[in-house]
Design a protein around this ligand. Structure first.
Ligand code: PHE
Ligand code: NA
Length: 515
């Protein structure tokens, strides 16, 4: 344990840092895609149920667990869990809370680095002379290492390293650095998001699109928000909903343990946990569903959106659609959109670095600088496969194991620890200690019974899916390739220049049929 422990500068700083931790690329890129792929309105009910019965309980558990461990001078999951139970095993289980972060950071920062590059290209007006196929092709060339895009050799790698350096630099400044970035980033993100969302909504019904006369932004929203009850019995939808809730709230990873470990022992956790959770949900269900889907549906139609859900919507379609707003507005829209993604991303990736740093400081007395640089280096080494083999689907593999399965496994284990080993009595007292709100008593029983059972069920029910993954049964991978396919199609049909706009309708339909 090191001498003087750090703590958060102010409550506002803490809340923004925690909100920054939660609000991330998951809200803007992962949520709309998950929602579309799982039937829109069919996804929303399980999603909201999972938020209440798993999300909020786990926020309570992780905030109070973290503060509890921090009281004993521990700032990383292995030693935090070790303070809660006898026996070594929990310390080793706690390694999840460090490793998962580094693994997720390694691919998460890669996407974050795209957003930096796309801000740069928006400012330079790179997209302003390109047609739809060229903008789609740009993304594919960019992510195919070795193909040159706009003259920067190995551009994807250059921006990836820049992005890691930036993260490392900020992390080396400690909690102060994180707070400062959150204080700038989160308000800007909200402003950019609001502007784009209003624009999305006002695309309206008036044939905003010359490309597709019957395209309508509201179709996209209706699709998302008209509840459908028939798929409630489908476990796949529930798994996707639970996975999204974990990822988006940053639970099951150890980052919340770590942030909460820097609380003072009398600080509130109950209200803070709920506020950060609701802030994330606001950004996710309001801003996250008011940008990509309505804008894409407004120009290209709902069918197109349903068939093209994926990264492509954000990185291939959006820059193209912004061009429809005129050259100057397109530049601003690009800065707003990719800037928003960048701030969402960096405030989350910073969080992923802190457990490792806390661990090395507590146990080996490493300085913040040493901790930060070693984190950057490990993330770089682990991330290179996703950079070099992105087009081969390595990214998906990482996101599945590190970004989904391990969150659920660890969340299950820590809930069992909290409720049954540490004991719900002590646990409930921890949640309520110093609390600024009265937590409804039914959460006690949720945490004791419902949350662990549901988590256990989610795990068991996803075993077949995991087996399919291990057996390399690829059917689920298709989504990530749909966009690449779509762009290649443009190329091979010789439509790369000139006339794409006028033939898009039939052309996209055609590529669907071939799939
Ligand atoms: N919650 C973040 C998002 O929505 C991702 C994240 C997961 C961040 C785990 C930190 C820890 O993008
Ligand atoms: Na989130």
């Amino acid at each position: 344990m090191s001498g003087k422990a750090e703590s958060w500068g102010s409550r506002v700083g803490l809340i923004l840092a925690m909100a920054g931790n939660a609000v991330g690329l998951g809200n803007f890129l992962r949520f709309p895609v998950q929602a579309v792929e799982n039937g829109g309105g069919a996804f929303i009910i399980p999603y909201l149920v999972c938020f209440v019965v798993m999300g909020i309980p786990l926020l309570f558990i992780e905030w109070s667990t973290g503060r509890y461990g921090g009281r004993y001078g521990n700032h990383s999951t292995p030693y935090i869990l070790d303070t809660m139970a006898k026996g070594r095993i929990w310390k080793y289980i706690g390694v999840f809370g460090i490793f998962t972060n580094i693994a997720v950071a390694s691919y998460y920062c890669y996407i974050e680095s795209w957003t930096m590059s796309y801000v740069y290209h928006s400012v330079r007006g790179t997209f302003s002379t390109m047609n739809q196929a060229e903008i789609a092709g740009f993304f594919n060339d960019y992510t195919t290492i070795g193909k040159s895009t706009t003259g920067i050799p190995y551009e994807a790698i250059v921006f990836y390293i820049l992005c890691l350096l930036l993260n490392t630099f900020i992390l080396s400044k400690g909690l102060k650095g994180i707070e400062r970035v959150a204080k700038i980033g989160i308000p800007l993100l909200l402003v950019f998001g609001a502007i784009l969302a209003i624009r999305g909504l006002t695309l309206g019904t008036d044939g905003a699109s010359d490309l597709f006369p019957d395209a309508n932004a509201w179709d996209g929203l209706n699709f998302l928000w008209t509840p459908q009850y028939d798929s409630l019995a489908n476990p796949k939808v529930w798994l996707a909903a639970a996975g999204q809730i974990f990822f988006t709230l940053s639970v099951g990873m150890g980052t919340i343990h770590c942030y909460a470990a820097y609380l003072k022992s009398k600080d509130d956790v109950a209200l803070n946990a709920v506020s950060a959770g609701f802030m994330n949900e606001f950004v996710e269900v309001v801003l996250g569903s008011l940008i990509v889907i309505p804008i894409a549906a407004g120009y290209l139609g709902l069918d197109w959106v349903l068939q093209n859900a994926g990264f492509g919507m954000a990185f291939q379609t959006m820059p193209y659609l912004f061009q429809q707003w005129g050259e100057t507005l397109a530049i601003f829209a690009g800065i707003f959109w990719f800037g928003l993604l960048f701030f969402a991303g960096i405030t989350s990736s910073l969080a992923m670095g802190t457990p490792w740093m806390g661990f090395m400081r507590d146990e080996f007395n490493w300085s913040g600088k040493k901790g930060a640089w070693s984190f950057g280096l490990i993330a770089l080494i682990m991330g290179l496969p996703t950079v070099f083999f992105f087009q081969q689907g390595v990214f998906d593999e990482y996101d599945y194991w590190a970004g989904t399965v391990s969150l659920v496994v660890f969340a299950f284990l820590e809930t069992v620890l909290f409720s049954w080993i540490f004991g719900i009595k002590k646990g409930w007292a921890e949640i309520n200690m110093g609390a600024d709100i009265k937590v409804p008593i039914f959460f006690k029983y949720l945490i004791l019974v419902v949350t662990p059972l549901l988590l256990g069920w989610v795990l068991v029910a996803s075993l077949p899916d995991m087996a399919a993954k291990i057996a390399n049964d690829d059917t689920n991978n298709k989504e990530w390739f749909a966009d690449a396919y779509y762009a290649e199609k443009f190329d091979s049909e010789g439509l790369k220049t000139g006339v794409v706009d006028s033939v898009t309708t039939d052309f996209i339909k055609l590529s669907f049929q071939n799939e």
